[in-house]
Design a protein around this ligand. Structure first.
Ligand SMILES: O=C(O)C(=O)CO
Length: 368
């Protein structure tokens, strides 16, 4: 009894305290749990943005600071997002890149939830417009902001190819540079030349021509689905059929978008019409060129040289025959790759997405 008198009261006190403490913990846990559940429910109904790659800072900043109620997930891996992750990740809004195929398979697995696609690119050949239209999905893209960067690189690629700069640097490094020789490393000159532009509808064509003009070009000619007199007037370019473009151009630069009409439009028929001194440049999409035909045209001397910033596939396998040719310069799709342009593209794509989320007109929306 003595023992229990001494032992019991503190035990009772302790157990009462313990009960209260446990009760409080349980209560607060219950509160936290119900808050979490409530948050989960709210989250479930929030619009969900899925960003398919680490994007330039300006774009992410706009998404993070939008103040809009939405949940935003990103694929942070360096290689492009895996198809399975893309299918799992996306729900209502996708911020994607030109390397992500948004086609019927994606749309099927997402069902009716997908509302907005915003691509950080001017090209949208990786997106199935038909599928988007069928499902009432809106599409934002990024024209204009990359025009200067693409035009600058087109000029750089054209000069590198026509003046054989890669070959010349290799020769200088590797002991091929002997005494000065009158006909060694001769290339093709821009002054007094005819420049042909395939696709003047996109403003890259005009931007390229404006930059080439100071080189003393004799004549600009262009081909497109139809004459574009207003645009052509800016650079005094003459509209010609495709065959004439091929026949007369000393430099033929491809600026058109990849569409079913332009798929493989640069093929053996076109190359066979070109001069053996002509230089072919493509900074638009690899799909506009039949690469086997281009290879044959280059090895047979049907055309002088080619400069490509785009290929099929991308990346082009390192053992591809085109890499073996000295008269073919291949860049890894870097036409828009300047920091300011990539940030501008990222910001525009973010603003397109947020405008779509608010149900407002996008700054740059493709009418489907
Ligand atoms: O934006 C595009 O479509 C590009 O190809 C970027 O270089």
């Amino acid at each position: 009894i003595l023992k229990s008198q001494f032992v019991l009261p503190p035990f009772l006190m302790w157990s009462r305290c313990r009960f209260r403490a446990v009760n409080q913990v349980l209560l607060s846990e219950f509160n936290t749990w119900s808050k979490l559940e409530a948050m989960k429910k709210v989250q479930q109904h929030l619009p969900k943005i899925y960003v398919t790659r680490k994007i330039p800072a300006d774009g992410m900043k706009i998404l993070n600071q939008s103040g809009l109620h939405c949940s935003c997930k990103s694929w942070m891996g360096h290689p492009p997002i895996y198809r399975e992750s893309l299918l799992k990740g996306i729900r209502n809004l996708i911020y994607c890149l030109l390397s992500d195929k948004i086609n019927k398979y994606i749309n099927k697995s997402i069902g009716p939830n997908l509302k907005i696609v915003s691509t950080m690119s001017v090209g949208y050949d990786h997106v199935s417009l038909e599928e988007l239209k069928k499902r009432g999905i809106r599409l934002g893209y990024t024209p204009d902001v990359l025009t200067d960067a693409v035009a600058e690189l087109t000029i750089a690629l054209l000069l590198t190819t026509s003046r054989r700069l890669i070959e010349a640097v290799d020769e200088a490094k590797n002991g091929g540079w002997g005494t000065w020789k009158p006909l060694w490393m001769c290339g093709y000159q821009l002054s007094q030349s005819t420049v042909g532009i395939l696709g003047l509808g996109r403003i890259e064509g005009v931007a390229v021509a404006e930059r080439l003009k100071p080189f003393g070009i004799k004549k600009f000619i262009y081909s497109d689905i139809a004459p574009l007199p207003e645009i052509a007037a800016k650079i005094q370019a003459e509209y010609v059929p495709l065959d004439v473009l091929a026949r007369e151009s000393d430099f033929l630069t491809v600026c058109c978008a990849l569409t079913p009409e332009t798929q493989s439009i640069c093929n053996k028929h076109l190359f066979s019409k070109m001069k053996p001194t002509s230089v072919f440049i493509n900074t638009s999409r690899g799909g506009v060129v039949n690469q086997d035909d281009l290879y044959q045209a280059l090895v047979s001397g049907q055309i002088a040289a080619a400069g490509l910033d785009v290929t099929v596939p991308e990346p082009l396998p390192t053992d591809h025959p085109l890499f073996k040719l000295k008269n073919c310069v291949i860049l890894p799709h870097i036409a828009s790759a300047t920091l300011s342009t990539r940030n501008a593209m990222a910001a525009l794509a973010a603003n397109n997405l947020l405008a779509g989320l608010k149900g407002e007109p996008m700054p740059k929306e493709l009418r489907l």
